[in-house]
Design a protein around this ligand. Structure first.
Ligand code: FHN
Length: 592
């Protein structure tokens, strides 16, 4: 028996938390949906060693140095005496965020190292009592945020606390797990500190809980309830555990794909670390950042971009410069981000992304690759009343031609545009429509004649419950069983000869990739057999961490316009490393 499951529904359903659907939640999340863009700040004692311990560079994330170098509590605590960020100026931090177009700041009030960046009566291990600085950083930020009209939010590590014998994670000082009493730590540190955070710093936008390892349902519930009781308008992040957050959190540096139907946010690093590391210079370019911001908004999410201040209290200049570039773009194009919802199309477009505004009805076409002279969009059903460039303050209308081709069923929109892109990174064309935006959601060939069939929109065929599944990037994982296969229905308007290309990617965690699988793609009555081999890599448009590996499978002729089905069946899957076939999409690329 064949089970056929619509993968798009599956992707959306994966790990879907059961949000409390109440009027109160709708009320408290309204500002966050409007904001779309926030600053994450990872700041703590780890900024002092900045990635180096006893003269040795410590691999991994800066804020994980205590864990990675297995630094005993008694030694790590000494860092507090050196933490004196005299250059810290809360107004400057806030100005950098505001200038970038960010609407909220989420700062680590206590990270996994257990050190509180605020004056806490619960534990003397805090910035006011244990450092020569003696200033309450969160208090100063709350004043500065209120002045500038930004929401202040707090990150709080609720399970991992490497300073406490009963917290999670410190196996080098406290190796005997049987002596641990997590409930004691939770009652005596977590709950009272969260209470302090929600009592002493004015209105808080959200509490960003993290790594809900081994927390019970009851404990997560108690935390969420505590936050909501003390501040009914304060959101709780998805990582509180057990799906009890007000919104979902994507994995670190991960951008969900497709038509995401939940409220979600992704935290992203500007370089590779969260907490400051002096030797991490792998900075993302402004183009990557602006594209990611638009991509996240186009899938209905929020983009939380991180900075890691130094031990002196300074946001590193490369971060400031990049945020200023994003701010330059946001000043012109902010309307295409703030308060928008995702793209009406369930699939990605070859030239960029789309964001939508419901009232008044608008479509924002974020064109990353400017075609010059004419822009063509397929599948637009609503009548476009007006089109203009967001960068053009005069709103000079662009000539629009809209046509329905009865022979192929294609809805075609042609917009006359200037030859030169208004913005080298992302130029936004605004479409004003008559009534709500309506589009054809069927997978279809694009004006560049390419057909892209994303894995997350495939139908899965399996004899029993399929073992293959999709990770939050929409990439297939656990495709180890060759009896499982995928298919896609799609529309062709411009027939011809095509190269069938399979696009695969590394695993979600690590850059691990496994090739050598043999597959058959069948379309238009023709089979092509090929090997998933590295025939060249291209940059993943959503994420520089996972390049796309292209494998050419062979050529097919698609004789005429119409509806087609492509199936992809493995003949052999190599599973030596247990990654299997990590499929991103199959493409039909015009052969000429
Ligand atoms: O372990 C942390 C990490 O240090 C950092 O805080 C990130 C940010 O999302 N959260 C955890 C890992 O997912």
């Amino acid at each position: 028996m064949n089970t056929k499951i619509l993968a798009s529904i599956l992707t959306v359903a994966i790990a879907l938390p059961v949000f409390a659907q109440s009027d109160q939640r709708e009320k408290r999340i309204a500002w966050w949906r409007e904001a779309r863009f926030g600053m994450f700040i990872h700041w703590g004692l780890y900024a002092v060693p900045a990635g180096e311990w006893k003269g040795q560079p410590i691999p991994g994330l800066g804020e994980w140095i205590m864990n990675r170098a297995k630094i005993p509590v008694a030694e790590y605590e000494q860092l507090a005496k050196q933490f004196n960020p005299v250059k810290f100026n809360a107004d400057e931090f806030v100005a950098i965020a505001k200038n970038a177009g960010m609407k909220y700041i989420t700062i680590t009030s206590k990270h996994h190292d257990g050190f509180a960046m605020f004056g806490s009566k619960v534990s003397p291990y805090n910035v006011v009592d244990a450092t020569p600085f003696h200033r309450d950083i969160l208090k100063e930020l709350s004043v500065a945020c209120q002045k500038a009209g930004l929401r202040l939010c707090f990150y709080y590590s609720q399970t991992q606390d490497w300073h406490e014998p009963d917290g999670v994670g410190n196996t080098w000082d406290f190796p005997d797990a049987s002596k641990q009493n997590f409930q004691k730590y939770y009652d005596e540190k977590v709950l009272p500190q969260v209470r302090e955070l929600l009592t002493n710093y004015g209105p808080i936008g959200l509490i960003w809980f993290d790594t809900p390892r081994n927390i019970t349902l009851q404990q997560s519930q108690q935390l969420a309830d505590l936050v909501h009781r003390l501040q009914p308008n304060c959101l709780v992040s998805g990582r509180v555990g057990h799906g009890l957050g007000d919104y979902d959190s994507a994995g670190d540096n991960q951008i969900s794909v497709g038509k995401v139907k939940r409220d979600w946010e992704t935290p992203v690093t500007l370089n590779d670390t969260w907490g400051f590391k002096k030797d991490d210079n792998n900075w993302k370019t402004p183009a990557v950042l602006i594209h990611q911001l638009a991509q996240v908004a186009s899938r209905g999410g929020n983009y939380l971009l991180n900075v890691g201040p130094t031990a002196e209290g300074v946001i590193p200049q490369p971060s400031v410069d990049r945020l200023a570039e994003v701010g330059r773009w946001m000043k012109v194009n902010g309307d295409s981000i703030y308060g928008t919802t995702g793209s009406p199309f369930p699939y990605e477009l070859p030239w960029g992304v789309i964001t939508t505004r419901a009232q008044p009805a608008r479509l924002y076409l974020h064109v990353f690759e400017w075609p010059g002279k004419e822009f063509v969009l397929y599948g637009m059903e609503s009548k476009v009343r007006q089109a203009y460039l967001l960068a053009d303050a005069s709103r000079k209308p662009l000539a629009v031609k809209q046509q329905h081709h009865a022979d192929t069923g294609l809805d075609e929109l042609r917009i006359a545009i200037p030859a030169a892109a208004p913005d080298a990174i992302d130029s936004v064309i605004v479409l004003e429509t008559d009534g709500a935006v309506k589009v054809i959601t069927t997978l279809m060939q694009q004006p560049d004649r390419r057909v892209t069939l994303p894995a997350y929109l495939s139908d899965i065929h399996a004899a029993a419950k399929p073992k293959l599944r999709f990770d939050s990037r929409g990439v297939v994982e656990q495709w180890l069983d060759k009896s499982e296969w995928l298919s896609w229905d799609f529309q062709v308007s411009s027939p011809g000869e095509f190269e069938v290309v399979a696009i695969t990617s590394g695993q979600k965690y690590g850059s691990n990739w496994e090739g050598g699988h043999r597959v058959t793609a069948s379309v238009a009555g023709k089979d092509v057999q090929g090997v998933i081999a590295d025939d060249g890599k291209v940059e993943n448009p959503s994420n520089p961490y996972w390049a796309y590996v292209m494998s050419k499978l062979g050529r097919v002729a698609v004789p005429k316009a119409g509806k087609y089905t492509l199936s992809l069946k493995p003949q052999e899957i190599v599973a030596d490393k247990k990654f299997g076939l990590t499929l991103v999409s199959v493409q039909l690329a015009p052969a000429h």
